[in-house]
Write a protein that binds this ligand. Structure first.
Ligand code: VGL
Ligand code: ZN
Length: 197
């Protein structure tokens, strides 16, 4: 598979779309709602349509915790319980036009280990390489946690990354976290794209 010209932001052969954690608990009304998180949905739906129209691969990741996960307040972690495997909060929002056969990457499933990246203990890089993917378009939730970790790992693994900047939103535990994460991803080599350009 030839390397794609990084200046070409139209999806084509060698590209995959990676939808990070667009789950009910991260959306308004959820247990760990990301402010404005629902704004990513129409943006990502447009990218899903573009990738589907060309028969290009799409992946969806999910935060998929056991009920006693170490990141939850009861266990001394920072977060309210969220995305507990098998609960409605852990489901992808129905408003996202996910193709029925989309491969799902589940992560942070071990009680004793926090994991934000789609590449952490998932084998995701092998799935991408098997399909001849060398460039990923990434969007979803949240900018300052799972999107950030996934983008930085993808770059470390040697993939080119196009970050869908209007298709991500931040938790912003500390004001400015989201902006700093965007800057960090750009400095590491992620190229921002907005709505197809
Ligand atoms: C996430 C906080 C805790 C995320 C997951 O998907 O960005 N953030 N667990
Ligand atoms: Zn989590």
């Amino acid at each position: 598979m030839p390397k794609r010209d990084p200046d070409v932001t139209t999806p084509g052969p060698g590209d995959a779309l990676v939808l990070v954690d667009v789950q009910n608990d991260f959306l308004p009304g959820g247990r760990l709602a990301v402010p404005g998180g629902d704004a990513v949905i129409p943006v990502l739906n447009r990218w899903i349509a573009r990738f589907r129209a060309k028969g290009l691969p799409i992946f969806a990741s999910r935060d998929w915790h056991p009920a006693n996960h170490c990141s939850f307040v009861e266990q001394g972690g920072p977060w309210p319980p969220h995305c507990v495997m098998g609960t409605p909060g852990a489901e992808f929002t129905r408003d996202l036009d996910l193709p029925p056969e989309v491969p799902i990457i589940s992560k942070a499933m071990r009680p004793e280990k926090e994991a934000f990246s789609d590449f952490e203990d998932t084998g995701f890089e092998h799935k991408l390489r098997e399909l001849g993917v060398n460039r990923v378009f990434v969007g979803g939730l949240a900018t300052d946690y799972c999107v950030r970790a996934t983008v930085l790992d993808a770059l470390r693994e040697g993939f080119s990354v196009l970050l869908i900047e209007d298709g991500v939103r931040a938790v912003d535990v500390n004001p400015g976290d989201g902006g700093r994460a965007l800057e960090e991803m750009r400095s590491a080599g992620a190229r921002p794209v907005r709505n197809g350009r």
